[in-house]
Write a protein that binds this ligand. Sequence first.
Ligand code: GDP
Length: 142
Amino acid sequence: MAEQINNLTFAIIKPDAVRAGHTGKIIDRIIGGGFRIRALKMIQQSRAQAEGFYDVHRSKPFFAGLTEFMSSAPCVVMVLEKDGAVRAWRDLMGATDPAKADEGTIRKEFGASVGENATHGSDSDENAAIEIGYFFNRLEIV
Ligand code: GDP
């Protein structure tokens, strides 16, 4: 059966949140939010891998800091399933800047700054498919 791509998104628990011991609490929020975890693994990205992932931000002033941070320590990468998964996961994460994120969101609770904001989520179905393929092969999505 063909996968309905609008039901999947790609998520990262970023190095700051893993380092702080928030992995379990964030996974709990994901499950409590009605997502099904289709794939999950802990990895440490190389600098080149992080640069490839954030290629769209290559010209931004924060690119070097962002890719240094994302490759500095382990992170948890996941494929999440839910109806309208991209929107639903971004709503649960909250705004990019934790200071501007709504109460009750993951970034509000666990994010320290716009750079170290606890989680990543795809911003479109098209990018979700690209990002899932960047970290997972088909056999790892169960
Ligand atoms: P997202 O989709 O909410 O993650 O936000 P973006 O796609 O705009 O940015 C990707 C990531 O780059 C964010 O999650 C932040 O970690 C980082 N970032 C974005 N804007 C800034 C900024 O102005 N300063 C710093 N230091 N990091 C930023």
